[in-house]
Structure formats: structure tokens, C-alpha cells
Design a protein around this ligand. Structure first.
Ligand SMILES: [Zn+2]
Length: 72
């Protein structure tokens, strides 16, 4: 079964790295912290939307997308 992305999530995927998750987003799992030796570390946090149940990861890694939707 495919979940349809709600409008809020649709917008979320376009948001910047510094933006907050939308109101129906709740954290799942612990924040993952990656520490680089030479470069600055980054963090990843998983979220699930309570409206459409899609999952997203927020990353502070510069080489990554800020908000990545999981492929279901
Ligand atoms: Zn949603």
C-alpha cells in the first residue's frame, strides 16, 4: 500500500536545513550523531508524520539533503 504524501510533508521536503519539522511530525528513534575527524560532524533525526504516516530524516550534513523522504 502506498501512502500519499500530505501537503505539509510535501512542503517539508523543500524546506531548508534550519527549518523545524511541521506540527504533525513526531520524532522516531534517537538522534544519530556522526563525528568527523577532520570535518565537522553532523546529526540525523528520523521523523514520522501523524497525518500521512510518511517518514523523513532530517540531516545537518552539508552533502546531504536537509529533509529526505523514505522510499516506502
Ligand atoms: Zn505528512
Amino acid at each position: 500500500m502506498k501512502t500519499k504524501l500530505c501537503g505539509m510533508c510535501e512542503e517539508q521536503t523543500k524546506k531548508s536545513r534550519n527549518s523545524k519539522p511541521h506540527d504533525y511530525m513526531s520524532r522516531i528513534d534517537e538522534c544519530r550523531i556522526f563525528k568527523g575527524r577532520s570535518e565537522r560532524g553532523f546529526e540525523e533525526q528520523d521523523y514520522q508524520c501523524q497525518a500521512c504516516h510518511s517518514k523523513m530524516t532530517h540531516s545537518t550534513n552539508k552533502n546531504d539533503l536537509a529533509w529526505t523522504l523514505w522510499q516506502g
